[in-house]
Design a binder for this molecule. Structure first.
Ligand SMILES: [Zn+2]
Length: 363
């Protein structure tokens, strides 16, 4: 084939793919993160070697809930919405056993750098190298959307971790971030009043961080009341219980977070404003170690393999590929542009951003 023909084919593929992206049906995006949730459990379910007395209080009860010899049954027991709905109608990336790899491109392998990479579309290891609550100098996709006429006032975040107002830089971005032990203040509904009470009527097991159930139901109430076009839910307990070395609670947190996503999806699909116009983008900020027996509890740059992560997509523009088995290498930095493409905006970050996950968009 001569060069001219090659070029013509190349450019027609590019313009076909761009025109397909412009046809995207998505009008709303819900971004969801499960802090430090390992790809190993997402794709293989509970791990036998960790279901021991060392990490589990009642291993018989845990086995009963989540164990099966088959990893296909096991993962479905752990995350039924992922495997019964997303795997049938959407896409799951990151099963390294199939050669499908997703990594962070930052070299920090902990939370703030991970969320910076997800939200801004690039790693910034020089400036974002601590979890301290300092305002993020980088512009993020939520902030970019908030500044667009058609999204202004229709972007919000509900997070368990109290540091998110800094990560999203709510002072500069104007994106409302309800984080940690923050009540719903504006004209609370009856449900919000109850959630506000509950927030301070239970043991505070996670410091300034809020338990995920409260984050979820506070965010769900906000969604029903304010009908945002872009909403970010960030759940934390998977990371918390892993650090505590409590594998049973880590698995249960993964299981009820999967349930939150199921409840969310069925509400979205019952609403004309959202039904078949909303894409879920689900991922994690970092992986966890996997060399020694206790490494699953930890992460950070010294923990080999803690940069291994995963993505999931479900929505009207996402082809039903299920568990993606294409041999490829994807990065956390690609999420921001994927969201931008789904919402048909041209996002330009402070630094060059990862390109969209092209297979996640064209139906
Ligand atoms: Zn984290």
């Amino acid at each position: 084939m001569n060069m001219k023909i090659k070029l013509i084919i190349f450019f027609s593929i590019i313009s076909w793919s761009l025109s397909q992206a412009q046809k995207a049906k998505t009008e709303n995006v819900i971004l969801i993160t499960l802090d430090g949730m390992r790809w190993q459990e997402v794709f293989n379910g509970a791990e036998k070697r960790l279901m021991t007395k060392k990490f589990v209080q009642d291993s018989a009860a845990l086995s009963n809930a989540f164990w099966n010899e088959s990893s296909v049954v096991r993962r479905e027991k752990l995350m039924p919405f992922f495997w019964n709905t997303i795997a049938k109608q959407g896409q799951l990336y990151g099963n390294r056993h199939l050669g499908n790899k997703v990594n962070t491109s930052n070299k920090m392998w902990f939370s703030y750098p991970g969320y910076n990479e997800i939200l801004c579309g690039f790693a910034d290891d020089e400036r974002i190298n601590s979890n301290d609550p300092t305002d993020n100098p980088n512009k993020n996709i939520l902030e970019f959307l908030q500044a667009q006429k058609e999204f202004s006032g229709k972007v919000a975040a509900f997070t368990s971790w109290e540091t998110f107002p800094c990560i999203i830089n709510t002072k500069r971005s104007g994106v409302p971030v309800n984080a940690g032990l923050m009540k719903a203040e504006k004209n609370p509904t009856e449900s919000e009043k109850l959630l506000n009470e509950l927030m301070f009527q239970q043991p505070n097991i996670t410091g300034g961080t809020r338990v995920d159930a409260l984050t979820f139901y506070c965010g769900l109430e906000y969604l029903k009341k304010n009908k945002p076009r872009v909403l970010f839910f960030s759940f934390d307990e998977t990371d918390h219980w892993a650090h505590e070395g409590e594998y049973d609670k880590y698995l249960r947190a993964a299981n009820y977070t999967d349930e939150f996503i199921k409840i969310l999806w069925s509400w979205l699909q019952s609403q004309p404003k959202y039904k078949n116009k909303t894409t879920l983008v689900i991922t994690t900020d970092h992986g966890r170690g996997n060399v020694n027996d206790t490494d699953w509890r930890h992460h950070g740059s010294k923990m080999l393999f803690a940069d291994e992560i995963w993505f999931a997509f479900l929505g009207p523009d996402t082809r039903a590929m299920g568990e993606v088995s294409v041999q490829q290498q994807l990065y956390q930095s690609q999420i921001a542009q994927t969201i931008a493409t789904l919402l048909k905006v041209n996002y330009i970050g402070n630094k060059p951003t990862g390109e969209r996950v092209s297979t996640a968009i064209i139906k």
